[in-house]
Write a protein that binds this ligand. Structure first.
Ligand SMILES: Cc1cc2nc3c(=O)[nH]c(=O)nc-3n(C[C@H](O)[C@H](O)[C@H](O)COP(=O)(O)OP(=O)(O)OC[C@H]3O[C@@H](n4cnc5c(N)ncnc54)[C@H](O)[C@@H]3O)c2cc1C
Length: 395
């Protein structure tokens, strides 16, 4: 097998693609985007309308589902193209996908594990922004130790299943159309990973209730989801009944890949450099090097994935390094910048401005979402360093 190198990223075809993307973002982003002059949507509903329209624009231009098969609305291009898109999107501080659970996690998982009917029914609508998905994995008491989940699915004759239980931290459940949900269809003593099944659940299913959780940063994009004998038909199961752990692992690896925030870190550290005006020299220099390393390691991850055909443990490394770097950068801003930086604006992908203090709060959640830093370290310890395996948690 050829050793992966970064050489493909230097090919002329990549330079052409970059130029095309840069011009496209300049042309298509709203007036004033990324500056105080941008007239941002003034509430959550208006923002959702804007983000769905942006997703549609990406789809129409062929930038949604870059690696997805063309028969489902994708571009049928390589991971290299996808990686260049991500880098240029972040350079432009363009919006992240409104339906990241659909576009970056459920869609790629369905392409691998979905039935032909499920692919036909769901994939294109994810890319157009018509369907937003949420992820019903975590429960009170089952986060890192996901296999301990207690939501149950019991057969309702041959027609389908009745779902009962509670999910928590379900991002954007109040806005979503569909949920990928894990539930226990069988208890297998001593083997908690077995007997779990994955279901597609429409959010308007009778017996399903969503309650938003208000957060310290002012938003309420997390929710609790309650299921009380919610019926789903037999064809809602993804993959085989009782084999949902495979679906969970597949979805989680795509999630780690999607939450590797390598190029966002470059933006953050560049902005901080401007504010600090020579202060925190050594610390800042370290962050600049780390941000550069995060970008290169993202490219190496993509090159390796292209060779191996799977995500692998690299995504845990990328996610861990970039999200912890985010915290270090913001910590420097808070400690060195003083009052002027704490309340100073940092421009975001939302097109407007956020204060550094809010960015500090946000940076904390990024090392928890998509599997905590400790869990990523466990995965790296076991799969890269060959340390003894710990049974159970979100890996
Ligand atoms: C921004 C955000 C968005 C999220 N969105 C979703 C979503 O859409 N859908 C969804 O299903 N979930 C979502 N989550 C939940 C997330 O997956 C869980 O919070 C995460 O897996 C940790 O689980 P927990 O909160 O139950 O913490 P716990 O698992 O209780 O962990 C508590 C602490 O113990 C540590 N710990 C636990 N087990 C081990 C171990 N074996 N070794 C070492 N340390 C350990 C953890 O690292 C952590 O520090 C989201 C979370 C965040 C922050």
């Amino acid at each position: 097998m050829t050793a992966p190198t970064l050489a493909p990223f230097a090919e002329p075809v990549v330079a052409d693609l970059r130029a095309e993307l840069r011009a496209w973002f300049v042309r298509e982003l709203p007036t004033g985007w990324g500056t105080a002059a941008y007239n941002a949507p003034n509430d959550e509903d208006a923002e959702l309308v804007f983000l769905r329209a942006w997703q549609r624009k990406l789809y129409d231009a062929g930038w949604a589902g870059i690696t997805w098969p063309t028969e489902y609305g994708g571009r049928g291009a390589s991971l290299l193209h996808q990686a260049v898109f991500v880098e240029e999107r972040d350079r432009a501080k363009a919006p992240l996908d409104v339906g990241i659970v659909g576009t970056q996690m459920v869609g790629p998982m369905l392409i691998r594990h979905g039935s032909p009917e499920q692919k036909e029914r769901y994939l294109r609508r994810i890319l157009t922004g018509e369907d937003l998905w949420c992820q019903g994995f975590s429960e009170p008491g089952s986060g890192s130790d996901l296999a301990s989940l207690r939501t149950r699915a019991v057969p309702a004759g041959d027609d389908g299943w009745l779902l009962s239980g509670q999910k928590v931290w379900t991002s954007r459940a109040h806005q979503a159309d569909l949920m990928i949900l894990l539930a226990r269809t069988e208890s297998v003593p001593g083997a908690p990973h077995r007997g779990i099944s994955a279901f597609v659940v429409p959010m308007d299913t009778p017996g399903l209730t969503v309650r938003a959780i208000r957060q310290v940063n002012g938003s309420h994009d997390f929710c609790e989801v309650f299921l009380d004998d919610a019926f789903v038909p037999a064809d809602a199961v993804v993959g085989d009944v009782g084999r949902g752990w495979t679906i969970a692992i597949s979805t989680l690896s795509f999630e780690r890949f999607a939450t590797t925030r390598a190029f966002e870190m470059r933006n953050l550290v560049t902005e901080l450099e401007g504010y600090l005006d020579g202060r925190a020299g050594d610390e800042l220099a370290r962050h600049i090097c780390d941000a550069h390393a995060a970008g290169l390691s993202y490219q190496r991850m993509v090159a390796r994935m292209a060779v191996r055909g799977e995500i692998g443990v690299d995504a845990s490394v990328g996610k861990l390094f970039s999200t912890e770097l985010g915290q270090r950068i913001v910590a420097t801003a808070m400690a060195t910048g003083g009052d002027d930086v704490v309340s100073a604006p940092v421009t975001t992908w939302r097109g407007g401005e956020l204060s550094w203090s809010l960015e500090f709060v946000n940076s904390l959640k990024n090392t928890i979402a998509a599997g905590t830093s400790q869990i990523q370290r466990n995965i790296i310890g076991e799969r890269v360093l060959g340390l003894p395996r710990e049974e159970g948690p979100r890996s």
